[in-house]
Ligand binder design. Structure first.
Ligand code: EPZ
Length: 418
């Protein structure tokens, strides 16, 4: 297993080009199952999760061709309706093939994903929504077996919580259902609006994506399209935190300030300068940052996917901060590892109280999930001495070329292959 070695203490300065959004690209690859012509996606990040999704849709019969390093062409006929446990257990987003397979083939069998490092993460909203659209669902031997004996029809779906995955899943599926589907209390993440743009380019009729009420008029078929994936706001946010924690100055090339509002507001409150510039978003730390209190919420609130990284920054800010996790119940796995580097953090239920220390010290630490990994990388960049972050396969799920991007800004970072 690879590890990353970092000698901390360098002030980072320069430009980091932000890649395409993982969490949008994965869902668009699934959307290719809905069309009967090829879908060409530009700005697809080169990540372990994208490779896993490629494996899954190839297993279902599609062909995936890399036309360029960040361009995929996806198409072909569906030849299997089974998403097996070994793939779904590696990547939960695999569950999203259920509805599209059902819409195209009338049946699907997808492994239940099970729990994961950040919580139990049920899929009940997904299944309930599909049932409202006419799916008959049974659970057998760890698999979700779904059929649509009378086809899928539009429905009025009220989500109990604005789940990103359930919104995307039901929105995609509804494109091929008879009649109109309304998703109320829908998630409003920018990736959902981008997915709707991609689906509409394929011939779908979706309006309201990016708001809490999405209306989908079902159509008889979807074709192909060419779409460019939006920039990854979590990758951008992570490097914004790298500028903040190292007292640095980084231009996040291609990032969109409008998607980063909640984070930029928090970093500004903490004392960093954040500005929108022609080429992207610039984050400059001036002097010592101040502790801030933050709670995670669905978009446009502060993203749960940025909580671990902000915590690393708060570990060396002046005063205390309280970070409250409202989206997932078990997303503080980075706390014991940050503590090994000298951070002072106590967790009370869903809140972590961080008392800023003057300096962190380098240590061997272990990544437990994707964003926890990036939080440890950030802490290591600021820490005195050398840190070794192991289990970086988590990091490779969501960050492309992290060592190259950070070392170009002056970080002393290297991957050690095993
Ligand atoms: C997506 O996960 C992202 N993953 C996550 O990013 C992200 O943290 C999350 O949205 C929230 O923003 C992808 O897009 C692939 P949810 P998702 O459904 O869709 C509960 C990363 O680091 N819930 O919005 O699975 C659920 O347990 C990853 O890139 C149900 O109870 O998240 C959670 O508490 C990690 N029943 C809350 O809703 C359901 O059927 C929000 O989850 C569905 C969700």
């Amino acid at each position: 297993m690879d590890r990353i070695e970092i000698t901390g203490g360098e002030r980072l300065a320069g430009t980091i080009q932000i890649g395409g959004a993982k969490n949008a690209a994965l869902k668009m690859m699934v959307a290719a199952l809905l069309g009967d012509e090829r879908l060409v996606l530009h700005n697809v990040p080169r990540l372990a999760d994208v490779a896993t999704m490629r494996k899954l849709i190839e297993q279902l019969g599609l062909t995936v061709e890399a036309l360029a390093p960040h361009t995929l062409s996806i198409g072909g006929a569906i030849t299997s309706v089974v998403a097996p446990y070994d793939i779904v257990s590696q990547m939960r987003a695999s569950i999203l093939v259920l509805g599209p397979l059902l819409a195209r083939q009338g049946e699907a069998k997808v492994s239940l994903p099970g729990g994961c490092a950040i919580g139990t993460r049920p899929v009940d909203f997904h299944l309930k929504g599909l049932e409202q659209m006419g799916a008959v669902i049974e659970l057998e031997a760890g698999y979700i077996a779904a059929t649509a004996p009378r086809g899928l029809q539009g429905a009025e779906i009220l989500l109990p919580f604005p789940s990103v995955g359930a919104t995307e899943h039901l929105m995609m599926t509804a494109t091929l259902a008879r009649g109109t589907t309304v998703i109320a209390n829908a998630a409003m993440e920018p990736e959902i609006a981008d997915q709707a743009l991609c689906l509409n380019a394929m011939g779908a009729r979706i309006s309201g994506a990016g708001t809490s009420r999405i209306v989908i008029e079902g159509v008889g078929r979807l074709g192909g399209a060419t779409h460019t994936v939006l920039p990854d706001r979590i990758e951008a946010g992570t490097y914004a935190c790298a500028a903040a924690i190292t007292g640095g100055d980084i231009l996040l090339g291609g990032a969109k300030a409008v998607h980063l509002k909640a984070l930029l507001q928090v970093l500004s409150e903490a004392g960093a300068e954040c500005s929108e510039e022609a080429g992207g978003v610039r984050v400059r730390a001036r002097g010592k940052l101040q502790g801030v209190d933050v709670k995670t919420e669905p978009y446009p609130g502060f993203a749960t996917d940025m909580q671990a990284q902000l915590m690393a920054v708060m570990c060396v800010a002046d005063g205390a901060s309280m970070l409250t996790e409202n989206v997932f119940e078990n997303r503080f796995m980075h706390v014991p590892e940050l503590s090994r580097m000298g951070a002072r953090i106590v967790v009370h239920g869903a809140s972590a109280i961080v008392r800023g220390v003057r300096e962190l010290s380098g240590a061997p630490v272990m990544a437990t999930d994707l964003r926890a990994s990036s939080s440890l990388i950030l802490a290591a960049l600021a820490a005195k001495g050398k840190s070794v972050v192991s289990r970086v396969y988590h990091l490779d799920r969501g960050y492309e070329a992290v060592e190259r991007k950070l070392s170009a800004c002056g970080a002393r970072i290297a991957r050690v292959k095993e």
